[in-house]
Design a binder for this molecule. Sequence first.
Ligand SMILES: Cc1ncc(COP(=O)(O)O)c(C=O)c1O
Length: 244
Amino acid sequence: MARTVDDSNGTIRPEQIIAALRGTDLHFAPASLVCIENTHNMSGGRVMEPSEIQALAETVHQRGLKLHMDGARVFNAAAALGVPVTELIGPVDSVMFCLSKGLSAPVGSIIAGSKEFIERARKFRKLLGGGMRQVGVLAAAGIVALEEMVDRLAEDHQRAQRLAEGLSQVCGIKVADTNYRTNILLVDVEGTGLSAPEFSSRLKALGLWINPKSGTSLRIVVHRHIEDSDVDRVIEAFREIAAS
Ligand SMILES: Cc1ncc(COP(=O)(O)O)c(C=O)c1O
């Protein structure tokens, strides 16, 4: 049974975990694992800093639980902070990250943890039918992702920042604040008088495919194939729609 806590601002504090733990009552499923996400997708790519992770890990470990990081974009977090990724994953017991997304591989994710954990995970993968054969060709792309794509993530963040600044100047548009700009922008379009789905359709008519995240906001992700000229084009399209 998963038990959720409010992470809408992109992080979880130790007090929230303490409050969510329900003790050993016979009627409750025993708690064993706390999961965090870094960067945090739905809050607009917020970065969880090493000190926050460390504090949470202490709370979790003191209570005999384990800490897992959904680090689908953890290399983006490391790039934004300018620290090696090991600084972010040091306190956690296990982590997953995507070789696709910003790291640009066509497919693939990695799960990492202790030897015993990985042996168990492999068993579960087999149980669920997730094993693949002859995947060397995919793994090769994953190696390129790790060797050649990590250092260029900062470029995506710079473009995302330029996009955030440009869009913020468009009347009726608000870009969600975040502690560090990574590659995700949540853009509130309510002030234009259009709903996010309507705004999305207008963008599509101009050749830009940007999905709504809710009735009022759109989610934009910058990646290796988005160039400076694309950033200008997006800002121009937002201007055109907001002005119409
Ligand atoms: C935050 C986050 N976690 C996990 C995943 C899933 O990764 P996978 O498809 O490799 O399980 C995604 C997206 O696909 C994601 O955005």
